[in-house]
Design a protein around this ligand. Structure first.
Ligand SMILES: Nc1ncnc2c1ncn2[C@@H]1O[C@H](COP(=O)(O)OP(=O)(O)OP(=O)(O)O)[C@@H](O)[C@H]1O
Ligand SMILES: [Mg+2]
Length: 233
């Protein structure tokens, strides 16, 4: 198992907002982290990225504790794309790519759409272009574990599909393990091996992507609370 999280709790100012989370991700797996607003999805990623210190539990990465700040985790192959975008708005697309962990040519091979935008400042790119830039930069570094928050916020469905397909390809071709937070459950589950649903800081449902897609009632119940602590797999 690449990442094994056991009983992880974390929060802000001494108040835990995620409690006793257990989750695993294997090499080459795409795992969706779903749940309603305020459920604790971003908090979970922040704790795994090293931005926020867990208050209890264990996080094992390649069977060793995952510790330190984000830049230290980056050296161990962990990449994090935040909700806010992770693009430097005053730097050009090219400069943004050069700051990344991998070759610019690799980033452009993943997203040729960025080629005509190389001289444009990051802040002037559209929302979708900024997400492409962030994803291209991250994937060019061939991360072993990619943590990505709200890849598709406010984006057109076709771009969302393109981004999700690139993630799926990174998992299949480079063995990248992806933990992805998404609001659009059905779209992300279609490319996910497994999914977890968080509700009020706890896991309320988990299963394979296919299982979760096949039972929209269970998924809805997990979001709304009726199916708390149920598990389909
Ligand atoms: N910096 C903070 N200080 C205090 N409380 C916070 C902070 N950030 C988040 N919270 C609280 O922690 C809880 C979980 O928030 P989190 O951002 O992890 O949710 P989320 O599942 O990512 O939601 P969304 O889908 O809206 O992005 C919420 O109740 C939120 O208000
Ligand atoms: Mg969030």
């Amino acid at each position: 198992m690449l990442l094994k999280v056991e009983g992880m709790s974390a929060g802000y100012s001494g108040v835990d907002v995620i409690r006793e989370l257990d989750l695993t991700i294997d090499k080459g797996e795409v795992v969706a982290l779903l749940g309603p607003n305020g459920a604790g999805k971003t908090t979970t990623l922040l704790a795994l990225a090293g931005v926020l210190a867990p208050t209890s539990g264990r996080v094992l990465y390649r069977d060793a504790p995952l510790r330190g700040a984000l830049h230290q985790r980056a050296r161990r192959g962990v990449s994090y794309i935040s909700e806010q975008g992770s693009v430097f708005s005053r730097l050009t697309t090219l400069a943004n790519l050069r700051l990344g962990p991998g070759p610019v040519a690799d980033a452009l091979a993943l997203f040729p759409e960025l080629e005509p935008l190389l001289k444009r400042r990051g802040g002037l790119l559209s929302g979708g272009e900024q997400r492409m830039l962030a994803l291209a930069r991250s994937l060019a570094g061939r991360p072993d574990l990619l943590l990505v928050d709200e890849l598709s916020l406010g984006l057109a469905p076709l771009i969302v599909r393109r981004l999700l397909e690139r993630l799926r390809a990174a998992a299949d071709e480079a063995g990248t393990a992806v933990l992805i937070v998404e609001q659009h459950a059905s779209q992300v589950l279609a490319v996910s091996d497994r999914g977890y649903v968080l509700r009020r800081g706890r896991l309320s449902l988990s299963g394979t992507g296919a299982e979760l897609l096949a039972s929209p009632e269970a998924l809805q119940a997990a979001y709304l609370g009726a199916g708390a602590d149920a598990s389909s797999g």
